[in-house]
Write a protein that binds this ligand. Structure first.
Ligand code: PMP
Length: 286
């Protein structure tokens, strides 16, 4: 069955959802996006994703051509049109088509695109056994060059690090910032557990503030687990009691080694499992 795609105010078959080759989203990666989950017919944390999208757009001086409530409705409508009960939404706003040149004043018609699709999940054994990570030599973008807090269409920084991970046989790779501190993985945020406390790098470490990260921090605090945002280095991960990643696709996924150093006993830890359980309760609407 052909997917139905939202484009420029209409929901059309994917074959008709076409954007210009002069769109600066294609030419320069000039645009912003969100990846959102659908669980049991509900678009999960939609308001949080909409808020982050408009913040990303504001940071690159891109005017989203419709108000947030209409965009939320368009997401809901696209999910329904595709009869997605459990799946994934990709929401994109491009700069629009223009002349060959960087000047945003020479562009018109920012394009709003919404794709609703099924999602292929990580295999269950990753959750049971944990991921092995390597540190990429590609550092995360310096926030004075391109802030990682902007979820922009320009993902080459992460893609280059992901290539290093894949070459090393890992599904994720750790990215450090220009100071050598831990930032995040190529598409996931990172947490450690030390002496019962949850620790994760702060936004200033050069991270995307993940919606899943925020949700997990709240779940932890409500469960009486202390949460600290603090600069981390690789050594902190080597000697952590537990380590896990969070992300829209991955949810909460244990990490059991970094650069060949086994973390604690090499098995997913109890706090990680507790938080994965709480997160899955939240996604199932309990
Ligand atoms: N960091 C990066 C670089 C990401 O691209 C993502 C999302 N794919 C995340 C972290 C996790 O964010 P979220 O929980 O909002 O999916």
């Amino acid at each position: 069955m052909s997917r139905m795609v939202y484009l420029a105010g209409r929901i059309v078959p994917e074959e008709q959802a076409l954007v210009s080759v002069f769109d600066h989203g294609l030419l320069y990666g000039d645009g912003v996006f969100e990846g959102i989950r659908v669980y049991n017919d509900r678009v999960f944390l939609l308001q949080e994703h909409i808020d982050r999208l408009y913040e990303s757009a504001r940071a690159i001086r891109l005017q989203v051509p419709l108000p947030p409530d209409q965009l939320s409705q368009a997401v809901e409508d696209t999910v329904k049109a595709n009869q997605i009960s459990n799946g994934y939404v990709r929401l994109i706003v491009t700069r629009g088509s223009g002349t060959l040149g960087l000047d945003i004043r020479r562009t018109a018609d920012p394009q709003v695109i919404i794709i609703a699709d099924t999602i292929s999940l990580y295999p269950a054994e990753y959750y049971r056994d944990g991921l092995k990570l390597v540190t990429a030599s590609t550092i995360r973008n310096h926030s004075a060059a391109l802030s990682p807090r902007i979820k922009s269409l320009n993902y080459l920084n992460n893609i280059l690090a992901k290539i290093e991970g894949t070459d090393a046989g890992c599904v994720e790779a750790l990215m450090l910032n220009h100071k050598g501190e831990v930032a995040e993985c190529t598409g996931d945020n990172l947490f450690i557990v030390k002496n019962g406390q949850l620790i994760t790098p702060p936004p200033e470490a050069g991270i995307l503030e993940g919606i899943t990260r925020n949700a997990v921090m709240n779940l932890a605090r409500n469960a009486g687990i202390s949460v600290t945002e603090k600069a981390l280095v690789r050594h902190d991960i080597f000697v952590a009691d537990e380590c896990f990643l969070t992300g829209t696709a991955a949810e909460v996924i244990p990490v059991t080694s970094l650069d060949g150093r086994v973390i604690d006993d090499g098995k997913p830890g109890p706090v990680t499992e507790q938080l994965l359980g709480l997160f899955r309760q939240m996604t199932s609407g309990e």
